[in-house]
Ligand binder design. Sequence first.
Ligand code: BG6
Length: 498
Amino acid sequence: MTRVAPPCVFVLFGANGDLTQRLVFPALYNLATQGLLPEAFGVLAVTRSPYALETMRAHLREGLEKFVAAPLDESIAAHMLARVRIAVADAVHPDSFAELRERLADLDKSVGAGGNRIFYLAIPPSGFAPTVRALGAAGLTQERDGAFARVIVEKPFGADLASAMKLNANLREVLEEDQIFRIDHYLGKETVQNILMLRFANGLFEPIWKREHIDHVQITVSETVTIGRRGAFYDATGALRDMVPNHLFQLLSLVAMEPPARLDARSVRSEKARALDAIRIMTPQEALANSVRGQYVAGSIDGQKTAGYSDEADVAATSTTETFVALRLSIDNWRWAGVPFYLRTGKALARRYTEVAIKFREAPISMFRGMDLDGMHSNYLVLQIAPEEGVTLQFNAKTPGPSLSIQPVAMRFRYADFFDAKPATGYETLLYDCMIGDGMLYQRADGVEAGWRAVEPFLDAWRAAGDQKLALYRAGSTGPTEADALLARDGRRWRQAS
Ligand code: BG6
């Protein structure tokens, strides 16, 4: 990130909401502190019912105080807040977009944005299509005289393949694909972006990045958080929809993709979509055999008593929604044939960590027959995404001393040791990229649809099996034992987090 973004007005739908306060506005502020926001910049805070300008500014300021991970630079904060204006618009009343158009024109003129605008939809998904339609009808999405009009769409993008396709079609009635920026905050994480650098900026890894050398891949997103106040949303969604076609598949596709011809939005997103497209579409029997869905029961996390999922607020006592999912996927292409990708994610687990562990094949013959090899472990390359950010290579070394024995050791690279990370919400790069028109870290329609296509067989098979395939696990555990059995069946096991 080096150049200042071009002038624009940032139109923030759902400005009174949590996402705006927690992530979006603090990210804009952080961009300003890094000198990346243009002087000609304004924020139009849009709500469905009227807000006083001062109330809105106070709401946004509170967000800066709470969610900017560094002492506030008062002059930048004041300058950012001074650039905020308000407007009321509700897609249920498309007429209200005429007022929005006027407010936008006023703000554009006063800051000198030259007609450039970004619409950020921090609103519930049911509002995505109607809002874009109303923007289109008000003439606000047309790109005239070289000015851009872009729309950032939050997740969840659809609830299954059909609804994602419908949403894509609805958006495309009004917008060109390159005007649509579908956000997945995993792509804002430095360590996720680093997978591309690790693979393609080094000559070391790519030659062994294939079935001949890799035994299998494990992707784990383990969370300690419970459902808390998100019961209504979560109970209708479940762990698979909430995490897999989006976040886990971002990780999977970056690990599995072929080298792109160029490091640009088109090439990278094409290769990612192709990798997802190669995931084997399972029959209902295969889907049941290659998945585990779990739900937490009461337990304790970090010494704190934790209620079971079915006792959470806004969750039916008889709910069969999964809070944990483990999948065994096959990628049917020449690079990955025969290399399983094991994915797991869940809430209320013992530890919070996110990692991709690539397990390499054993040495083809052992020279160490008859020696003390109890300590011998497999080689793992582990990409650590959270909470530790880094890369670890695990291999075997000789234990010092006259007797020949072996012990696993690790070479660790930690981001924090090398780089001075700026305080960030994880949204900065994404917002900045939208401002400069770079969609590489956003999801393209084909990628989203390929993701849903790959998980759909699981959703269908679970539904057809009456959702009874639910494995219970204790809050604070590592998940249901059935998830261990999924790997044990193949003679493998989950890597223990280090
Ligand atoms: C969100 C999900 O998209 O991602 C949450 O809706 C989940 O359920 C969160 O907790 C995880 O994000 P992160 O960045 O904490 O791994």
